[in-house]
Design a protein around this ligand. Structure first.
Ligand SMILES: C[S@@+](CC[C@H](N)C(=O)[O-])C[C@H]1O[C@@H](n2cnc3c(N)ncnc32)[C@H](O)[C@@H]1O
Length: 272
């Protein structure tokens, strides 16, 4: 039988893929690395199927290795006898705890069958949430901005782990970027926010990313001419839906107090 790494998407239950949902519904046990992924999984499976894993809040590599060895030792026998799922937010192969599990299973339980179900990653979901188009031919780099770090260089960057937005912002603006921040995009848990003002998100929330684009970047698109023509009469924009208007379409949710950053327990919220 099989161990499935299942990507849950950014957080809204109906952004789990059809395949992911099927795998969850058919799994004998569903393991989650944190409270948030667990709450999304619970929208698709009964609580009785949720398996227990214990992760220490540490960046100590020795302790992390032994936690993953224990987790793999718990999961492997169940994956030999039946189908089990290990869920992660977003995609299991993008900045994810699943990599630790996969490597540990490969090393100590190589007979376990492994399959991955991709999920909607924040790497792509941000574009819709912010009303941004990454047009064909454009480059986009994924970087990390934990602890106020401001990586620079590429024309367009998506920055994960923006834990000190004001500090990150300062460095990016100095290097000539325009920056938009997105917090808890497409998430049911907590308040969704899209803003260009780092002061609005100065309180740390692990589920914050930034899209940074060089202010002087010039993009030429054949159809851009439609938007410049417009005198309002039967222009192309009247047919366009709101997602192409350039306005953020982030939808909100109720504010939930304090969510332990998923991934922090396993060293995924650390430095760069
Ligand atoms: C460890 S990475 C996990 C990425 C995930 N595997 C994915 O594919 O989206 C966590 C970082 O992703 C970003 N992130 C993930 N989901 C997000 C969301 N729904 N809204 C905003 N940022 C998110 C945040 O920057 C967060 O610090």
């Amino acid at each position: 039988m099989t161990l499935f790494g299942v990507g849950l998407g950014p957080g809204e239950a109906d952004l789990v893929t059809v395949r992911g949902k099927e795998v969850l519904e058919n799994a004998d046990v569903v393991y989650s690395p944190g409270r948030l992924s667990r709450s999304v999984a619970l929208e698709h499976v009964d609580e009785s199927k949720i398996g227990d894993l214990d992760f220490p809040m540490t960046k100590d590599e020795e302790k992390l290795r032994s936690a993953w060895k224990e987790a793999a030792a718990e999961i492997a026998p169940n994956a030999r006898e039946g189908d089990v799922a290990f869920v992660t937010l977003g995609d299991p192969n993008v900045y994810s705890t699943f990599g630790h599990l996969r490597r540990t299973i490969d090393a100590f339980h190589p007979d376990v069958e492994l399959e991955i179900v991709p999920g909607v990653s924040a790497v792509t979901a941000f574009a819709t949430a912010m009303g941004v188009e990454i047009e064909a031919g454009a480059g986009l780099s994924l970087r990390e901005a934990a602890n106020g770090h401001s990586p620079t260089g590429p024309d367009r960057m998506i920055l994960f782990k923006v834990t000190d937005a004001p500090a990150t912002h300062e460095g990016l603006v100095e290097a000539g970027y325009e920056v938009t921040y997105g917090r808890r995009l497409f998430m049911e848990q907590g308040e969704t926010l899209v803003t260009e003002d780092p002061a609005e998100i100065d309180e740390r929330d692990y589920y914050t990313l930034a899209y940074a684009v060089k202010a002087d970047l010039e993009v030429e698109q054949a159809t851009a001419a439609f938007q410049q023509e417009g005198d309002g009469t039967e222009d192309a924009s009247s047919e366009a839906d709101s997602s192409s208007s350039g306005e953020p379409v982030a939808d909100g949710g109720e504010v939930v107090v304090e969510e332990m950053a998923e991934g922090c327990a396993h060293g995924d919220c650390g430095g760069h």
